[in-house]
Design a protein around this ligand. Structure first.
Ligand SMILES: [Zn+2]
Length: 245
């Protein structure tokens, strides 16, 4: 394939623009904010789940506390009834002893129930504290998430601007190249990432491989307008005074 040497040199400009476009794409995919967002979303999910289970435990305890209070109430009511009966004077001495015995049993039962209730209340208090702490963690994760998203969007906007500029540069450069040369350049770029490079000090500027003696001799012998490619990566090798030929 033939192409004027000056045109070949302009392929280097195109390659530079394309390298920058690749950098933009790479940067878009590897922004640290993306990993940060994933991490914050994970934390958020975990903390929310933890909050839900703590809240469930609190409402389970609430039901248990209500049951316990009802039980205490019924023991107390029974004691009141017994005391009224004793005060009424309508019971025999034998019955009085039985009632007194029952009142003692009820008092012990009430004490035990009240101790249990206190323990339930304490557990509830601890859970509430836990729920408040977890809630604060959810808020914090949400804040980190929003901040990371904001930074990601700003970075994306910058990258979009750079990309638009380089696309513009690219569109201006393209008409300078013949169809065949451009097709060759694009094909190599699609396969290897770099379509054209400077041949510098006998080394391919794309894959960095050093050319052997025979290849160097062949390139040296080739007319200036002959399009030469790297045997290794296929990149169009643009010759200049730095090429070491
Ligand atoms: Zn190469």
């Amino acid at each position: 394939m033939k192409a004027e040497h000056a045109v070949q040199r302009q392929l280097l400009e195109l390659a530079k623009v394309d390298a920058e476009l690749s950098r933009v794409e790479h940067r878009r995919r590897t922004l640290p904010e993306l990993a940060e967002i994933d991490e914050a979303e994970k934390t958020m999910r975990e903390r929310r789940d933890a909050l839900v289970s703590t809240e469930t435990a609190v409402s389970d305890l609430d039901r248990e506390i209500a049951r316990q209070e009802k039980e205490i109430e019924s023991v107390r009511a029974r004691g009141d009834r017994d005391r009224k009966l004793m005060e009424s004077g309508s019971v025999s001495a034998k019955q009085m002893t039985d009632i007194q015995h029952e009142l003692d049993t009820l008092a012990r039962r009430q004490n035990a129930l009240e101790d249990d209730l206190l323990e339930l209340m304490e557990r509830r208090e601890a859970l509430e504290l836990d729920a408040r702490r977890t809630g604060a963690e959810v808020d914090k994760a949400g804040q980190s998430l929003a901040e990371a998203k904001h930074r990601r969007d700003e970075a994306f906007a910058d990258l979009d601007t750079t990309r638009a500029r380089r696309e513009d540069d690219r569109a201006k450069l393209l008409p300078r190249f013949g169809e065949d040369l451009l097709r060759l350049y694009e094909r190599v770029r699609a396969h290897k990432g770099i379509g054209a490079a400077l041949l510098r000090a006998r080394r391919c500027g794309a894959c960095q491989l050093e050319l052997d003696r025979n290849t160097v001799a062949e390139i040296k012998a080739a007319p200036e307008n002959e399009v030469v490619q790297c045997d290794n990566c296929g990149a169009v090798l643009v010759r200049t005074l730095e090429s070491g030929l």
